[in-house]
Design a protein around this ligand. Structure first.
Ligand SMILES: *Cc1c(COP(=O)(O)O)cnc(C)c1O
Length: 382
């Protein structure tokens, strides 16, 4: 499969299969559950939509692998389908994994509530404190699960150390890289085994599909695919088409998100009523040095603490441009109060111990004109 030198070019052309599409420049939607039988020797190679091997899936797998710099990649019906299939195909009953202590709500919920029922045990660790990890190891430990930039506090961990630790102790390293995206950070380049994304977010970028990605070596992706084939989490053809279209602009969108978020974070840091801005691109951020060493840019997500809960209420009443909605990484700006949305399922004491208080506002900076956005945030916080 042809790969090009840069991510921007790969996003447009890697993995094209014009021979499957009568020369069409855009991959058509192959709205067919099944395909004519060839000489398949393995169940997983029978051409059937649930087995994620239609031309739409094949183009996406090859293109995403080119963007990630991995041998192979797979799309799934959601980020959570990708994450759970990746974990369950590599960590089995009776085994144990380490996970960073603040994860995406769905991933945390799966590890807290579902993984134990399947006989997996999990220990939460701090991904910025490598000296604490060894004490959490067990003879059954198989994997270490982290995120590239966490949500909603935008922390950046000791990711090089995570990979080294995994190598030293024979663990599989998994990273949810939804927020940085491969434009800013390619985890495979520092040695991560499996890279996961909610493609619902930046990868697709337009708030119009739910999809997931797993990238890694041929062997690992084969294992994940075979489990996903049995669980039934394949992405439907129309969503494949939209994801392929959204991905074409990933490089230009991320460059804009990086720049706008840094500019908004810098302004908000000097705005009255804002007590703290969480953005790893700011010099004041505890993750700033790590982010500068690991990332090309810090993506479009930031969060702020305001003085009081009533001030946060007022912000949501007054703000005009961003949509007040969950999810992130889209062309339109989004604002949300994590304590009342993404972290609503967590007990108040645990949530507050993690810093998710009622005065925290999360911002996904979109592609609107940044000066107009800044004016809107400034008036809403005044
Ligand atoms: C949204 C999100 C997920 C879950 O993805 P879905 O596509 O909603 O299943 C996982 N990880 C992160 C970091 C996310 O933001």
């Amino acid at each position: 499969m042809k790969r090009y030198r840069t991510l921007a070019t790969n996003a447009l052309h890697a993995g094209e299969r014009p021979e499957d599409a009568r020369g069409a420049v855009v991959t058509p939607i192959f709205q067919s559950a099944n395909f004519l039988q060839r000489e398949e020797e393995n169940y997983h190679d029978v051409r059937y939509m649930r087995l994620s091997n239609s031309p739409n899936h094949q183009v996406l797998g090859a293109r995403i692998a080119a963007l990630e710099g991995t041998e192979d990649a797979l799309v799934a019906t959601s980020g959570m389908a990708a994450i759970t299939a990746a974990i369950l195909s590599h960590v089995h009953t009776g085994e144990h994994l380490l996970a960073h202590k603040t994860l995406y709500g769905g991933s945390q919920g799966f590890l807290d509530h579902d993984a134990p029922k399947l006989g997996l045990s999990v220990t939460s660790v701090d991904f910025s404190a490598p000296d604490t990890w060894k004490a959490a190891l067990r003879p059954t430990t198989r994997a270490f699960y982290v995120e590239g930039i966490t949500n909603p506090l935008m922390e950046v961990g000791e990711l090089h150390a995570v990979v080294e630790f995994c190598r030293e102790h024979g663990l599989i390293s998994l990273i949810d890289n939804t927020i940085p995206t491969p434009v800013n950070f390619r985890p495979t380049e520092i040695g991560f085994d499996l890279i996961l994304h909610s493609a619902t977010k930046y990868y697709n970028g337009h708030s119009d599909i739910v999809a997931g990605i797993v990238a890694g070596s041929h062997d690992r992706i084969r294992r994940v695919t075979e489990l996903l084939n049995h669980l039934g989490g394949s992405l439907d053809a129309h969503a494949c088409f939209l994801l392929e279209r959204g991905m074409k602009t990933l490089a230009v969108r991320m460059a804009h998100h990086n720049q706008s978020a840094l500019r908004l974070a810098t302004v908000l840091e000097r705005t009255d009523g804002v007590t703290r801005v969480n953005y790893p691109g700011l010099a004041s951020n505890p993750g700033n040095i790590r982010a500068a060493a690991l990332f090309k840019g810090c993506s479009g997500m930031l969060s702020i603490y305001v003085h009081s809960s009533s001030r946060a209420d007022r912000f949501f009443e007054r703000v005009q441009i961003p949509r007040h909605a969950a999810s992130l990484g889209s062309v339109e700006s989004l604002v949300v109060r994590p304590a009342r949305s993404t972290h609503l399922g967590m007990e108040k004491s645990r949530r507050e111990a993690l810093g998710v208080t009622d005065t925290l506002i999360r911002i996904s900076v979109g592609l609107e004109d940044i000066e107009e956005l800044i004016d809107d945030f400034t008036q809403a916080l005044a």
